[in-house]
Design a protein around this ligand. Sequence first.
Ligand SMILES: [Zn+2]
Ligand SMILES: [Zn+2]
Length: 343
Amino acid sequence: MRACVLHAAGDLRVEDVPEADLASDEVRLAFGHGGICGSDLHYLAHGRVGDSIVRDPMILGHEFTGTVLETGPAVTDLRPGDAVVVNPSRPCGDCAYCRAGRVNLCQAMRYMGSAAKRPHEQGGFVERPVVRRDNCVGLPHDTDTRLLALAEPYAIALHAASRAGDMSGRTVLVTGAGPIGALCAIAARRRGAAHVIATDVEDATLARVKALGVDRGINVATDTEAVAALIADQTVSVVLECAGAAKALELAVQAIRPAGRIIQVGFLPIDQGLSINALLTKELEIVGSYRFVDEFDTAVSDIVERRVDLSGVVTAVHGIDALGLAFAEAADRRRHLKVLIHF
Ligand SMILES: [Zn+2]
Ligand SMILES: [Zn+2]
């Protein structure tokens, strides 16, 4: 069967891989739709994401849906034909963090399509992925599974919103309006934010998130007046920093009101100096947010029950034969938000 295998930076191939064996607690799926994530793009461009370095060939992908083809003997509650979305997260369940319910901090986490450990955890971009039943969330038969490919990044956004605490009636600033920024804006709105402002360096990207319900977009590269006003106003109580840029974090620290809360959602580059001393003088809380805890199920039900409309987040869908184009478009943040693939 075909799979999207990354061999090294710049070397992504659609190649034939053997059909995986099926363990008793696993299901075999027909791949539905998969979302290309920022981390997939990083792996392709640089061969690494932070400290996770691709050393052996690795199948990419951790945002995907499927239809059950076959179930292991211990699986009694899914049947061939059932639609599922895969939760790519497999915490150990046994470490202190898992036992405290903070499974996203698990020290022995296995996350699909991740080179954090060796052997790498293979991803889901294969024609017929085999996954544990416990990693599947069953879907009603009339679901538009295309949108469920967004469950994982939307879960990340919901978790970031949880880390922010109460947002009702607040002004929330989202820095960086790519896919995670856009979903964070939607999650902030869903959690009751009164006013959502987004910043980015591209007008096209800002126009897109405005269509998704962001009240105001500020181009920090060109609109210096609006940036100065945002800082002077001190109306922002929560910042979801999704750009992962020193400049964005600096703006967050400057624009937020005292006792505000900054959630760092995007990975920061390690080669840029940071001047964030207002962290002390405003007694800010900068709170990390990593993956998700039980928000995956909320993400699925929000999408299934149409409490959120994520259709505008998907900007292209490609078959596997156009994998190169799909990745190129996913990396083109001026024109695209989330790009999906299918086999
Ligand atoms: Zn992702
Ligand atoms: Zn654990």
